[in-house]
Design a binder for this molecule. Structure first.
Ligand code: ZN
Length: 335
């Protein structure tokens, strides 16, 4: 099969054998696979992985083979897959049903081979069937949308949580924006791209801040929040320097939620966090069912977030243009 292999320096297309199917697995013919900030961090050398490795973990496709221990009804189904594989179902976290933190877990496309390939073998417990009205391309948003929903699963909203400032309007930021609006929050978005800001406006955001056009981002956020700062501030920027404004623009006794996985050291004023009793949250993977339902019912829009689609052969071109274009939101590899 054809696969995009990352060797620690570069990505190249190679012909390799199809994965051998274990009894508990299904073989998926990948149809579409999205590029994530995590993939970029790996290619930039900021996030270390074993190599050679097939990257990619936001994907959907058709099941073309099922292992002996898997229900044969899965054959031919259109599916997407969660990313935390190799679950032992017995560790401290598994006993508490926190499977995404299993001590044995290996993430598809990060620890073990992922989806920038014609086929991927995944454990059957990871797969979710797609409703007919959710396309393979739309389904590449299920994983990041689940992560957006998880923000509010790990950070319960209190009666004083009215405003949320979202730093960064990449794919995750724009998904999170929509989920925050669904939760009834007043949303403030901060980004350097007018195109992305206007998309947030289209989704219903009233407070837009272009960080290149205002003198002081924090003052602008205070202007929108009775000079208090935002009740919740979320980082989806992938930019460590944003952390300075993220802490300063959070209300005293407010909440900061970190979503970026850029693999870099970050400057963060912990003393300010302690003195002003700010609570720090973080989260990543989330509930796939909620995300699939949101796409199927249309309460979350993803089609507009697609910036470009490339065939697998041109994956390097796709990664390169991602790096150069400020307005870029989401790239999809069609396989
Ligand atoms: Zn476990």
């Amino acid at each position: 099969m054809k696969a995009a292999i990352f060797d620690g320096q570069d990505i190249s297309i190679k012909e390799i054998p199809k994965p051998e199917l274990e009894n508990s697995q299904v073989l998926i013919r990948v149809k579409a696979s999205g590029i994530c900030g995590t993939d970029l961090a790996i290619v930039r050398g900021h996030l270390l992985t074993p190599t050679p490795l097939i990257l990619g973990h936001e994907f959907a496709g058709e099941i073309v083979e099922v292992g002996k221990k898997v229900n044969q009804n899965w054959l031919g189904k259109r599916v997407t897959s969660e990313i935390n594989s190799n679950i032992d179902f017995e560790c401290y976290y598994c006993q508490r049903e926190i499977f995404t933190q299993c001590i044995s877990r290996k993430a598809l496309g990060i620890d073990i081979n992922g989806s920038f390939a014609e086929y991927i073998a995944v454990e059957s417990y990871l797969i979710h069937e797609l409703p007919k009205n959710v396309s393979y391309i739309e389904a590449t948003f299920v994983e990041p949308l689940a992560a957006a929903y998880q923000t509010f699963e790990t950070m319960p909203l209190g009666s004083d949580d009215k405003t949320i400032a979202i730093f960064g309007l990449g794919k995750l930021g724009l998904l999170l924006t929509q989920v925050a609006l669904i939760n009834g929050l007043e949303v403030i978005v901060i980004d350097g791209s007018d195109k992305k800001l206007s998309m947030a406006k289209k989704f219903g955001v009233k407070h837009l801040i272009n960080r290149f056009e205002v003198e002081n981002v924090v003052n602008k956020i205070r202007e929108f929040t009775n000079n208090l700062g935002a009740d919740i501030v979320v980082d989806t920027t992938g930019n460590p320097e944003a952390l300075i404004d993220i802490v300063t623009s959070c209300k005293t006794r407010g909440k900061i939620h970190i979503k970026s996985t850029h693999g870099l050291e970050t400057p963060i004023n912990l003393t300010d966090i302690v003195v002003r009793e700010i609570t720090l949250y973080s989260s990543r993977c989330g509930p796939f069912d909620k995300a699939i339902n949101a796409l199927s019912s249309g309460v979350v829009q993803v089609k507009e977030l697609i910036s470009q689609e490339y065939p697998l052969d041109d994956i390097k071109k796709c990664f390169n243009s991602y790096e150069k274009n400020q307005d870029h939101i989401k790239s999809i590899i069609l396989i």
